[in-house]
Write a protein that binds this ligand. Structure first.
Ligand code: ZN
Length: 356
C-alpha cells in the first residue's frame, strides 16, 4: 500500500491536514523523485496536462518483451488466436518502430511510459542501462525531473499499476513513487503475473495498468529468436493475452471502458540470442495493436495518413514518423481524456487515432 492509498480513505479536511504534515517526510524518504511543480526544470507550458480530470475509460497496456512480428505471421491465426483477434477487430500494425538509439528492454519501456526518446542530451529520459540498479531514478538519468503516464494519470485522479516479470522495472515505482499505485514483480513467472494482473483490474479501478511479460525474450536469449522454443513461448504468451482479453470481455464495466494496447520493446535476430544492434530491422520492428471499447478495425497507417509506413527503414526523430512503441504513453492519455505527458516527444499532439 502506498501513502496515497491511506490518505485516500480519510475525509477531505483530515486528508489535507495529514498530507500537509506528511509531505516533508515523504519528500525526504522517497528520494525527492516527486518534486513540487515549482522546482521542475521543464518549461511551465509543459507542466500541467490540458485536461485536469480523468474520464471513465481505462487503458490496459501489454508489452510482450522481445516479440519479433515475424513470429506473428509465421505462427498464424490458428496458433495465435488471441493476437489475431486483436488484429481482426482492432487497429494495428506489425511495422511499428522501437526507439532509435537502442533496442533493449529498460530504455524502450521507459520511452513507452514517458513518451520520450532515450538520449538525455536531446531531451530524452536518459535511461541507457538495462539491468536492475537499485536506487536509480529516471530523473537522475535525465538530470532533471521527468514526467510519465503514471504521473499524468495520478494527477488526473486515476489509479495506476505496473506488473512485470523483471526486477529492473522497479525503476518506475522508485521514479514516480506517488503515482505508481501498485507494483507487482514476479521474476520470470508470466503465468502467475498474468493471474495477479487479471485479478487486479477486476478488483480495482485502474485507469492505467501496465503488464510486461518477458517469456519470449527469455526464451530468445536462451534458445535463439524464431527457433521452435521461441515460437512455443509466443504461443504461450498468446494464451495469456487471451486470458486478459477474456477478463475484459466478461466483466461488463471493463468491456464498456477498456482499450487494450499491445506492443513490444524490441524484436530479436532470428537464429541468434540477441537484439542489441539498434540498426537491425529484426530488432527495431515491433507490433502495435489497439483493441477494445470504441476501437475501429484497420491498419494504423491507413487510419493515420500523417504517419508514414517506414517499410524496412529506420526513420530518425525528424521528418515523417512511423508508429512507435513510445506512442503508448500519449495514446493512453488521449483515451483517458488527459493532455499529453509533460515533456513527451512521441505522439505529443495525441495524433495517433484508432478511428475510421
Ligand atoms: Zn532481451
Amino acid at each position: 500500500m502506498t501513502s496515497g492509498d491511506r490518505l485516500g480513505r480519510l475525509p477531505g479536511t483530515a486528508a489535507a491536514l495529514a498530507l500537509a504534515l506528511l509531505l516533508p517526510f515523504l519528500a525526504s524518504c522517497s528520494g525527492a523523485q516527486e518534486q513540487p511543480a515549482s522546482r521542475q526544470l521543464v518549461p511551465t507550458s509543459q507542466q500541467v496536462p490540458r485536461a485536469s480530470a480523468i474520464n471513465g475509460k481505462r487503458v490496459v497496456a501489454i508489452s510482450l518483451d522481445g516479440l519479433n512480428p515475424r513470429a506473428i505471421t509465421r505462427l498464424g491465426r490458428s496458433r495465435l488466436p488471441h493476437l489475431y483477434r486483436m488484429i481482426r477487430e482492432g487497429a494495428y500494425t506489425l511495422n511499428a518502430r522501437a526507439q532509435v538509439e537502442q533496442t533493449v528492454t529498460l530504455p524502450n519501456h521507459t520511452s513507452m511510459v514517458t513518451g520520450r526518446r532515450i538520449r538525455a542530451a536531446a531531451d530524452g529520459h536518459g535511461v541507457t542501462w538495462n539491468t536492475h540498479r537499485p536506487g536509480t531514478t529516471v530523473h537522475g538519468a535525465a538530470g532533471h525531473d521527468v514526467s510519465s503516464v503514471f504521473r499524468t494519470v495520478h494527477r488526473g485522479g486515476g489509479r495506476t499499476a505496473l506488473f512485470s516479470t523483471k526486477q529492473k522495472f522497479t525503476l518506475f515505482g522508485r521514479s514516480w513513487s506517488q503515482a505508481v499505485h501498485r507494483t507487482v514483480i514476479r521474476d520470470a513467472d508470466d503465468v502467475a503475473l498474468t493471474r495477479l494482473f487479471r485479478r487486479d483490474i477486476v478488483a480495482t479501478k485502474r485507469s492505467f495498468a501496465f503488464l510486461h511479460l518477458g517469456l519470449a525474450d527469455k526464451t530468445g536469449h536462451a534458445r535463439g529468436w524464431m527457433t521452435r522454443p521461441y515460437l512455443d513461448a509466443v504461443v504461450r504468451l498468446d494464451r495469456l493475452v487471451g486470458q486478459v482479453l477474456s477478463t475484459v470481455r466478461s466483466t461488463p464495466r471493463l468491456a464498456r471502458s477498456t482499450v487494450v494496447v499491445l506492443t513490444a520493446d524490441h524484436g530479436g535476430v532470428p537464429g541468434t540470442n540477441g537484439h542489441g544492434a539498434a540498426t537491425s530491422f529484426e530488432n527495431y520492428r515491433v507490433p502495435f495493436i489497439v483493441w477494445g471499447a470504441g476501437v475501429d478495425h484497420g491498419d494504423l497507417y491507413d487510419l493515420n495518413p500523417t504517419l508514414r509506413n517506414p517499410g524496412r527503414g529506420r526513420p530518425g526523430v525528424s521528418g515523417a514518423q512511423p508508429v512507435r512503441n513510445g506512442d503508448l504513453a500519449n495514446l493512453a492519455t488521449k483515451v483517458l481524456g488527459l493532455g499529453p505527458v509533460a515533456g513527451s516527444l512521441w505522439n505529443r499532439s495525441q495524433h495517433l487515432t484508432w478511428h475510421r
